[in-house]
Design a protein around this ligand. Structure first.
Ligand SMILES: [Zn+2]
Ligand SMILES: [Zn+2]
Length: 278
């Protein structure tokens, strides 16, 4: 009765051959949830034994391109593999409706081609959009989802999510600096997944556009401090900026361990973490 977390993509916006874009799969109580839908999400879902048709919901932390750029692939693949219409709920912050409307406009020609070609595919992709605010999101099948405000300004609003099932809890924080909403959401969680940045390495790069990213991401140290304050069991580092050099894992882990006494996991694509008491 545990909660399973699979990091589908641990990459940042810069393309990397071994890291897909931001996306995390959560399986709990027979439900399959996708948090963010970055580059390559459907390929990594397949590697994790999932296809979009299995999804009960997609939840978006924020509307930065690296977290949503393959959402259309999730929706199209769910549609073409279906035997009957199956609405796919998409939860996200205010602005999600605008993103999905634009995406559907982009998809319209393809939808027309496929419907013209396949007699049995006589429905359009079915999506329900839920623009949500901090607070309860859903409570179905013994799986509860709660959202909290994160702080990724100037990206506003942005959200972090907590999934609870059978006494276990997992937090998907997305891109954020430490903030009160995140602290409260993380309290006592088994697993806390945080996108992280190393200011010491980013500052070495003489490109201001890259250096700009330091002010709206948690550093590894800050993520560890949030984990310690909230008393979580396991901190998972993902979406590392800059892309870690081969062999540097222990360096990243050491920075976190200096501030957090629990377990720290260095995320790679398809890293799998399960809450205790499996
Ligand atoms: Zn972002
Ligand atoms: Zn991001």
């Amino acid at each position: 009765m545990s909660i399973e977390v699979v990091l589908l993509g641990t990459g940042n916006p810069l393309p990397d051959p071994s890291r897909a874009g931001a996306a995390t799969l959560v399986r709990a109580g027979g439900r399959t949830l996708l948090f963010d839908a970055g580059r390559g999400v459907c390929m990594r879902m397949a590697a994790a034994g999932a296809v979009p048709l299995m999804l009960d919901a997609v939840l978006l932390t924020h509307l930065h391109s690296d977290h949503i750029c393959d959402l259309n692939d999730v929706v199209t693949t769910q549609w073409v593999m279906g035997q009957q219409p199956k609405p796919l709920p998409i939860f996200g912050p205010v602005g999600t409706r605008q993103v999905v409307d634009g995406m559907q406009a982009m998809m319209a020609l393809d939808v027309g081609y496929r419907r013209a070609h396949h007699d049995d595919l006589d429905w359009d992709p079915s999506i329900t959009v839920h623009e949500i605010s901090p607070g309860p999101v859903s409570d179905e099948g013994g799986v509860t989802i709660v959202a909290a405000a994160s702080d990724h300004r100037p990206v506003e609003p942005s959200l972090a999510f907590r999934v609870e099932h059978d006494g276990h809890a997992v937090v998907l924080a997305g891109d954020t600096v430490p903030c009160a909403g995140l602290d409260a959401l993380c309290a006592g969680a088994d697993v806390y997944v945080q996108t992280v940045l190393r200011p010491d390495l980013v500052e070495l790069v003489p490109v201001q556009r890259f250096r700009d990213t330091t002010d709206y991401h948690s550093s590894v140290e800050q993520a560890a401090q949030t984990a310690e304050r909230a008393g979580v069991s396991t901190l998972v580092l993902t979406h590392q900026i800059p892309t870690p050099a081969p062999g540097s894992e222990e360096e990243w882990l050491g920075l976190a361990r200096a501030h957090f006494h629990g377990t720290v996991v260095f995320g790679e694509d398809l890293t799998r973490v399960e809450t205790g008491g499996a």
